[in-house]
Write a protein that binds this ligand. Sequence first.
Ligand SMILES: [Zn+2]
Length: 204
Amino acid sequence: MPERISPLFIGDHLALDFLNTVATPKGVPVEWLENGQDLIDWLRQANLIPEEISARYQQSKDLPTLDVIAGRARVFRAWLREFVTMRMGKPLTEQSATTLQPLNELLAKDTSYATIESTTVETGLRLRRVRRWESPEELLQPIADVAADLICTVDFRMIRACEGQVCSLLFLDRTKAHGRRWCSMSVCGNRAKANAFRNRQKSD
Ligand SMILES: [Zn+2]
């Protein structure tokens, strides 16, 4: 088995990075959420769970339960990927709301609560949403949150797939000129430039 590279965070939105946890970055399909430990690793790298929670789950003896949760994450990912890829490049319409049941069901399981804590800015106090992290099921909630944020706050016209020939990575084009074409210039951008150069030489 070739060494798996680290998960990619090129989407410019965590919901797209989540969708990019299955991809073909070098022409070979890679799955970054194969099991429960993968899910914990990804959530930690995405900064979606606190350090102490990832440490607790990394030492968990109940791997089968975490694997089940990772399986649910993959099922949700497949649904979200279809939702996004069918609608990206155009504005979302009201009609999209009728197809959001899987996400709304996940959001309904939320047991987070608000707490007031001190901060150094402005009033000295702020309201923050926190989680109890009592059950492994809660690991899916931050994913539901970023998916909901994508759907409710992002302009879907700016979601694109990399133009690289064998690349399926999705990203949000946040550039001012809205001209981003590649997952990363160093991977697909340079490859495309090299191909174009070769083609030009051939036709000379
Ligand atoms: Zn690419």
